[in-house]
Design a protein around this ligand. Structure first.
Ligand SMILES: Nc1ncnc2c1ncn2[C@@H]1O[C@H](COP(=O)(O)OP(=O)(O)OP(=O)(O)O)[C@@H](O)[C@H]1O
Ligand SMILES: [Mg+2]
Length: 331
């Protein structure tokens, strides 16, 4: 079920640490109540050439974590503590994290259909980062855009650069956004739910494309999704996020075959493809707490079938050997 295809994770080989996030806390400021934590003490890393999954239910803070890395947090949201290092440089320390956007870290935003401008051609939009960064002359940009669209397998790419988004299918729009992210040849791409709006066959094609691009360009991906079953087939490592916290992380094999956290177990159980029971569509009972809700102890406690007396105190991060870590007293 779980395959890891990346030779760069060979234990004999020391991979370059591309992105390192340490103790990142993001808050949302309110006028009438105390700030609410959107991400709490989040630590994660991505090595060169890896595809790393960031998984969790809706509202767990995946998108805001990704956006904070490139200075795209919305109004009233800010990073209050932690470090973000990219190739060893601290992006939050005295600088604008936005300066790495596009060139070093690109974002494929959630919801392709709304991310593209309906009144600009696909070619214009895919070429925009190249124009903004003033890298190439107009004629050369047109050629590069054609190359990029070919690279993401848009059929008849050079003719279709003049098409508008509505002339592209959902899968092709997603490919166009991927081409845009690739335009500046960034070493790291944050892919935020790039397959959610697509049907299963097109999803599989986008996944294959990401694997192919990683192999061809050496780019790393942080792949954000709520679908654990989907990422099991191609991510090297996985971070499981719940209510703003990373509750378990490890290699794809450790997450699936040596699961420690009850939330990870619940996510696996809620995925019919993994639970081996395609007729039943179980969900996790209860709901994810909202950021401003004060919860003492473990944030999953209310929904956890294994909760006990110890859970009134927030669990520490424990390690289970290698990269495998979890936050649970009873794991
Ligand atoms: N612009 C905003 N202003 C205020 N709060 C926001 C804003 N965007 C998101 N939030 C809140 O921040 C929290 C984390 O949201 P985020 O979008 O990061 O979740 P997510 O894990 O990406 O969820 P999804 O799977 O639905 O995309 C949520 O409680 C959400 O309501
Ligand atoms: Mg999101």
């Amino acid at each position: 079920m779980c395959s890891t295809r990346n030779s760069m994770t060979d234990p004999g080989q020391k991979a370059e640490r591309l992105l390192e996030v340490e103790g990142l806390t993001i808050v949302l400021r309110h006028r009438h109540r105390p700030p609410a934590a959107i991400a709490r003490d989040v630590s994660l890393h991505v090595n060169a050439g890896e595809i790393v999954g960031l998984i969790g239910e809706s509202g767990s803070g995946k998108t805001m974590t990704a956006k904070s890395l490139i200075g795209l947090l919305p109004d009233r949201m800010e990073v209050v503590s932690g470090h973000v290092r990219f190739r060893g440089r601290d992006l939050l320390d005295g600088g604008d994290p936005g300066r790495v956007r596009g060139r070093e870290i690109a974002l494929i935003p959630q919801d392709a259909l709304h991310a593209l401008n309906p009144v600009k051609t696909i070619g214009w939009q895919v070429g925009e980062p190249l124009k903004v960064h003033g890298r190439l002359r107009q004629r050369r940009i047109a050629n590069v855009v054609g190359d990029l669209l070919e690279r993401v397998h848009i059929p008849d790419a050079r003719r279709r650069v003049g098409d508008y988004p509505h002339q592209f299918s959902g899968g092709m729009q997603q490919r166009a956004l991927t081409a845009m992210a690739l335009s500046m040849e960034p070493p790291l791409i944050l892919a935020d739910e790039p397959t959610t709006a697509l049907d299963v066959t097109i999803q599989a094609e986008i996944i294959d494309l990401i694997g192919e691009l990683r192999d061809a360009t050496g780019a790393s991906f942080l792949f954000i999704s709520h679908d654990l079953a989907l990422v099991s087939s191609f991510c090297d490592r996985i971070y499981v996020m719940y209510a703003g916290e990373i509750v378990e992380s490890g290699t794809t094999d450790a997450i699936f075959n040596h699961t420690r956290h009850p939330y990870t177990r619940a996510l696996i159980g809620a995925a019919p493809r993994l639970a081996g029971n395609p007729e039943r569509l179980p969900t996790i009972p209860g709901r994810i707490p909202r950021p401003h809700e004060e919860i003492r102890g473990c944030r999953f406690r209310e929904r956890c079938p294994e909760a006990g007396a110890a859970c009134g105190e927030a669990p520490r991060l424990e390690t289970a050997g290698g990269d495998h870590a979890y936050r649970c007293w009873y794991a």
